[in-house]
Design a protein around this ligand. Structure first.
Ligand code: PLP
Length: 365
C-alpha cells in the first residue's frame, strides 16, 4: 500500500487557517467585512498597482529567481549585502525553509502557545517537537520562559513574532538582545517581524543582519500585497545559504517582485497607511473603553478587544459574523478572552463600531 512518510502520516489532518472565502460559502454570505486576517484596508500603493499592471503581459516569463533588483533595493535599506537578503513567497515560505534547514527530525523548537501558528505547522510537518510556553497574563510574550524552555530542550529554533500576532504586544531591541543571549548558542532565533513597520523604528533591533537571528519581513501588511505573496528574510549569509539549496527556485511570483519594488519606493503612501492605521487603533481603543471591552496595547494593524471571558469572546465573534463582520480570536488562554479586529478604513470602522455597539447592548460582559 502507498503511504506518506511516517512524519506526515502521524499528523492529524488540519490547517492553520480557515479562509474567509470558505466561511462565506458555508454561511451563504454574499458580502462580508473582512477584519479577520490583518489584511491592509488601504490597498497596495498606486505605484505598485501601476507597475504590476504594466507588466501583466509579461507573465509568460518566469520571475528572476535571484530577485536581483528587489534584493538590491532591500539590501540598500538594511545597509547590508544582497546575499544577506532572501526573497520568499511571503514570510510563510521563509518559516518553512528555516525549519527545513535548521531542524532535524525529533528535535525541538520553542514558541508561545497561541501565537501565529504557521511556524509550529511547519515544525510539525518536518518532524519536530513543539515546546510551547504560555503568554503572560497581561498578554505579552514571556521572553524569559521562552529562553528557559529553549535551554531545557536544547531547541533548534526559537520562534518569536515581534510585534506579536495575535496579542499586538511588542518587545524592544534590548529585550530581544537579552533573549538572544539567554538562548543556547546553537538555537536559531527566528524573529517574525511581519508588523515591524508599525513600531517605532528606534525601538526595533538595529536595521541590519544580526548574529544568530533570521528576521522575517513581509509586503503583506503595511504594503497591502498579501495576495501577491512576497516577503523576505534578513540574516547573516551563513544562515541564508542553506535555504538556497532547497528553496523553490521560481516560487516568488514575477509580478509580486515588481509590485514589491515599486511599493518600497513609495514612502509617502507607506507613511499615510501608518498614520491612518494609528488613527484606527486609537478609535478602536476609544470604542472598547466606551463599551467596557478594553483593548490591549497594539503595535500592529489590529487590536484585541478584551471581552473578559472565553465564552463572551466566542459569543461576540459569532454575533459579529452573523452581522456579516468577520474577525478572529486567539485560541489559547489567557488571550482567548479577546476578539482580534483588523484596523479597517474609515467606513469599515464605522460599520464595525455600529455592529459592536448593537451586540454590546445584548451581551452582558
Ligand atoms: C500575517 C503574518 C504573516 C504572514 O506573512 P506572509 O508574508 O503573508 O506569509 C507572518 N507572520 C505573522 C506574525 C503574521 O501576522
Amino acid at each position: 500500500m502507498i503511504r506518506p512518510n511516517s512524519t506526515i502520516d502521524a499528523i492529524p489532518a488540519g490547517e492553520p487557517f480557515v479562509g474567509p472565502e470558505r466561511i462565506m460559502r458555508e454561511r451563504g454570505l454574499k458580502t462580508m467585512l473582512r477584519l479577520g486576517a490583518n489584511e491592509s484596508a488601504f490597498g497596495p500603493s498606486p505605484q505598485a498597482i501601476a507597475a504590476m499592471t504594466a507588466e501583466l503581459p509579461r507573465l509568460s516569463w518566469y520571475g528572476d529567481p535571484d530577485s536581483y533588483e528587489l534584493r538590491s533595493a532591500i539590501a540598500a535599506r538594511w545597509n547590508c549585502n544582497r546575499d544577506e537578503i532572501l526573497v520568499t513567497s511571503g514570510i510563510d515560505e521563509l518559516l518553512g525553509l528555516v525549519v527545513r534547514c535548521f531542524l532535524a527530525v525529533g528535535e525541538s523548537v520553542v514558541a508561545t502557545a497561541g501565537t501565529y501558528p504557521t511556524f509550529a505547522y511547519h515544525a510539525i510537518g518536518y518532524g519536530g517537537r513543539v515546546e510551547s510556553v504560555a503568554y503572560r497574563e497581561d498578554g505579552c510574550i514571556d521572553l524569559d520562559a521562552l529562553a528557559t524552555a529553549a535551554q531545557r530542550c536544547d531547541a533548534a529554533i526559537c520562534y518569536l513574532a515581534n510585534p506579536d500576532n495575535p496579542s499586538g504586544s511588542f518587545a524592544d531591541a534590548d529585550a530581544i538582545a537579552r533573549l538572544r543571549s539567554a538562548l543556547p548558542a546553537r538555537t536559531l532565533l527566528l524573529l517574525d517581524e511581519a508588523y515591524a513597520e508599525f513600531a517605532d523604528a528606534r525601538a526595533l533591533p538595529a536595521p541590519r543582519p544580526l548574529p544568530g537571528i533570521v528576521r522575517a519581513r513581509t509586503f503583506s501588511k503595511l504594503y497591502g500585497l498579501a495576495g501577491a505573496r512576497i516577503g523576505y528574510g534578513v540574516a547573516p549569509q551563513a544562515l541564508l545559504a542553506p535555504m538556497l539549496k532547497v528553496r523553490l527556485q521560481y516560487g516568488v511570483n514575477r509580478n509580486a517582485q515588481i509590485g514589491a519594488l515599486a511599493a518600497l519606493g513609495d514612502a509617502v503612501f507607506a507613511r499615510d497607511v501608518l498614520e491612518r492605521t494609528a488613527r484606527g487603533r486609537a478609535e478602536y481603543a476609544a470604542l472598547g473603553a466606551a463599551l467596557g471591552l478594553p483593548t490591549l496595547d497594539s503595535t500592529t494593524n489590529f487590536v484585541c478587544f478584551d471581552c473578559s471571558s472565553r465564552e463572551r469572546a466566542d459569543e461576540i465573534l459569532e454575533a459579529l459574523l452573523q452581522r456579516g463582520v468577520w474577525t478572529r480570536k486567539p485560541g489559547m488562554a489567557p488571550l482567548d478572552r479577546c476578539v482580534r479586529v483588523t484596523v479597517g478604513n474609515e467606513s469599515d470602522r464605522e460599520r464595525f463600531a455600529s455592529e459592536l455597539r448593537a451586540i454590546r447592548a445584548r451581551v452582558t460582559v
